[in-house]
Design a protein around this ligand. Structure first.
Ligand code: AMP
Ligand code: MN
Ligand code: MN
Ligand code: MN
Length: 284
């Protein structure tokens, strides 16, 4: 591959560790030429990322990752090439962030009942004005010795049935896809291998997603295994969907994979970037 592309990564505008500019510099150091910054429910890091990208001769793709409730499960939809100035999108993300803060307060109350006091305030400090995600709670709980690492802390405190879990209602799938496409973007189902859907629901999800105007799925991503690359390449082909790839990088120690290490898409995939001018300049 003549260029390296990563279409899924987080900065400290959401639950990543690097500032947007640091993330771009890190991506450049890993050989990435085209990067999408896809913070959860927030587009306010894109301007700084774009400035930094220009210094590194890198193409920055405007992105976002939106949480969705579908059949009582949480799914993530990545929007690529969205317009961060689009008012409808901005307003919708504003209200998602208000909901996130209320949820975080409830998570803190749940943890207090389990004997862990003041988690909300601790997490608020860690998040430093950014949105609060379960990743911030995971960091707080590990730092305060309630679990040994990010993986075990989720199991013990932050998933359904555990004290820090709150059953939150996110927006619906149609809304998320419409917000993305109406702002000029492409909707992508993030890490479909992580939802534990079963094959019938998985096919239903693809069908429904496509009917709302969704056009791509992540085939190669940090949390997928090589057999899942093949599985989702096949599903993409079956539904006429394009394929995306992205590390879902969050920072050192809290990521599935370092940036720049993803394998290429399986050869039968149609890359979501096939007609993008940002890529054309690298594809000699
Ligand atoms: P939230 O959107 O607040 O529910 O937080 C979800 C974030 O927590 C994801 O974007 C990941 O960064 C992280 N996360 C969720 N589940 C896990 C897990 N099992 N292990 C590690 N990180 C996780
Ligand atoms: Mn995250
Ligand atoms: Mn995600
Ligand atoms: Mn992500």
């Amino acid at each position: 591959m003549p260029f390296k592309i990563d279409l899924h990564a987080h900065s400290n505008i959401s639950d990543g560790l690097f500032t947007p500019a640091e993330l771009v510099a890190h991506a450049a150091s890993q050989g990435i030429n085209i990067l999408a910054l896809t913070d959860h429910d927030d587009v306010s890091g894109l301007a700084a990322a774009r400035e930094a990208a220009a210094e590194h001769n890198m193409q920055l793709i405007n992105g976002v990752e939106i949480s969705v409730t579908w059949k009582k499960r949480t799914l993530h939809i990545v929007g690529l090439k969205i317009d961060p100035e689009n008012l409808t999108l901005k307003n919708a993300l504003d209200s998602v962030r208000v909901g996130r803060d209320l949820r975080a307060q409830e998570m803190g109350e749940g943890l207090a009942k389990a004997g862990i006091l003041d988690a909300y305030n601790g997490v608020k400090l860690l998040a430093n004005q950014s949105i609060i995600t379960r990743m911030h709670f995971a960091r707080f709980l590990v730092e305060n010795n309630h679990a040994k690492d990010a993986k075990s802390v989720f199991k013990k405190y932050l998933v359904k049935g555990k004290p820090g879990f709150v059953d939150h209602q996110w927006m619906n799938l149609e809304q998320a896809v419409s917000l993305i496409t109406a702002s000029g973007g492409t909707a992508v189902i993030a890490h479909p291998g992580r939802y534990d859907l079963g094959s019938v629901n998985m096919l239903e999800l693809m069908h429904e997603f496509r009917s709302y105007g969704g056009t791509a799925i992540e085939v190669v991503t940090g949390s997928h295994t090589p057999p899942q690359y093949q599985q989702f390449a096949k599903i993409a082909h079956q539904f006429g969907l394009m394929s995306s790839q992205g590390s879902d990088y969050h920072g050192k120690g809290i990521s599935f994979m370092e940036m720049g290490r993803l394998p290429a898409l399986p050869s039968n995939c149609v890359p979501v970037w096939q007609d993008w001018p940002e890529v054309g300049m690298f594809a000699h």
